[in-house]
Design a protein around this ligand. Structure first.
Ligand SMILES: [Zn+2]
Length: 378
């Protein structure tokens, strides 16, 4: 079983171990918790218990069936999850998106709805577990198990099943083929059909403790402890969110050199070099320029937060070093105009303004705004 890999939620794990050792693991189980509570990992933990044929007490790290579960290639472990339905893009059942799903699980370790939707291409579009997926599950689970042992299906975000899909699965959940287990993982179990809930044994997964989140980030993502504490605080111990903050900040930091150069050119009012900077920067493409503008606003905001010596800023050391020298130039005298200016630029870029013209125009306005009286708090 995968015990060492996932170090938190001992409470839920003990409950599951108790059921397991007394041979009372139900065929349908519902793990309900908030996003980032680690309920999906608990599902994997349970799956590895069920699929492990190693009865001795030797390390499960070296046991072949557990390794297959850990590598997500156990033939009797199936995954079902919401997808953006599209016939033209060949995205009709979970298996059509399985590769990206597993990539996400490996990358994020603790997964969340919006990370998944944005990987599929649209953060704001709801995913669905539709009736075709139910058909596919019925088909898969009616086959004999590949390894002769149990078959396990983990359905992540089961509340995204539509009514038709739910109804199609009812009978299977009620009378599952022998040695077949359903593990439903939900963020909001109240959205599941009552007829489904009544057929499952529910285990509530509590939120992770802040220290558990910090340890996980330090161990699994090699994040330094100060940043890990920041991420754990601002994410309210939602492990998935904390991990997203970590990824976003390391991706966003790549805009730092561009930002530093821009601010220096604006401050020195070096028009010729600024024109070169504008031509270079527009080459990264409209979407990236938009991201860069958001990054710029974030950096301006960080200057202000730093004036108040608030310590929840999640920035890298390089950013911190630059902001130390730069922050006096962003203060209560210009922050509103600067933020409005960049927001407006973002708005125009979304409506297909010419990137070069726009960046040059913004630069000239930033020239003026940066020349306010610097502010040095005590
Ligand atoms: Zn094992």
């Amino acid at each position: 079983m995968l015990d060492s890999k996932f170090s938190f939620n001992q409470f839920a794990k003990n409950k599951i171990l108790e059921l397991y050792h007394s041979n009372r693991i139900p065929h349908g189980i519902l793990l309900n918790g908030n996003e980032g509570s680690g309920h999906f990992q608990i599902g994997l933990f349970l799956a590895s218990l069920l699929l492990c044929s190693n009865n001795s007490n030797i390390s499960h790290e070296s046991c072949p069936c557990c390794k297959k579960v850990m590598d997500f290639n156990h033939p009797d472990l199936h995954f079902s999850f919401p997808i953006h339905l599209s016939k033209t893009e060949h995205s009709e059942i979970s298996d059509d998106r399985l590769m990206s799903f597993l990539q996400m699980v490996k990358k994020y370790k603790c997964i969340g709805k919006s990370s998944w939707y944005s990987i599929m291409g649209n953060e704001n579009k709801q995913g669905i577990i539709g009736v075709k997926e139910s058909q596919s599950i019925l088909k898969k689970l009616s086959l004999k198990s590949f390894e002769g042992g149990p078959k396990v299906l983990i359905m992540w975000l089961a509340e995204m099943m539509n009514t038709q899909a739910s109804n199609k699965l009812l009978k299977l959940i009620e009378e599952p083929p022998s040695k077949t287990y359903f593990i439903f993982v939900t963020d909001q179990k109240s959205k599941l059909l009552p007829t489904i809930i009544s057929r499952l044994q529910c285990i509530d997964i509590p939120n992770a403790h802040k220290d558990e989140v910090v340890n996980f980030l330090v161990q699994e993502f090699e994040i330094d402890e100060i940043s890990a504490r920041n991420y754990a605080s601002i994410s309210n111990s939602n492990l998935n969110k904390a991990i997203c903050y970590h990824f976003n900040s390391s991706e966003a930091s790549s805009y730092l050199p561009m930002f530093i150069k821009w601010m220096r050119l604006c401050y020195s009012r070096n028009i010729a070099d600024n024109i070169d900077w504008v031509s270079e920067s527009s080459k990264i493409g409209r979407e990236k320029v938009k991201e860069f503008l958001l990054y710029t606003i974030e950096m301006f905001r960080n200057c202000l937060i730093d004036h108040f010596q608030l310590d929840f800023i999640t920035i890298s050391n390089d950013e911190r070093n630059f902001l130390k020298k730069f922050k006096p130039f962003i203060n209560h005298n210009n922050i509103i105009q600067l933020t409005d200016l960049i927001n407006e630029a973002y708005f125009h870029l979304e409506r297909n303004a010419n990137t070069k013209v726009l960046l040059l125009d913004v630069s000239i306005k930033v020239y003026k705004l940066l020349r306010v009286e610097p502010y040095y708090p005590n």
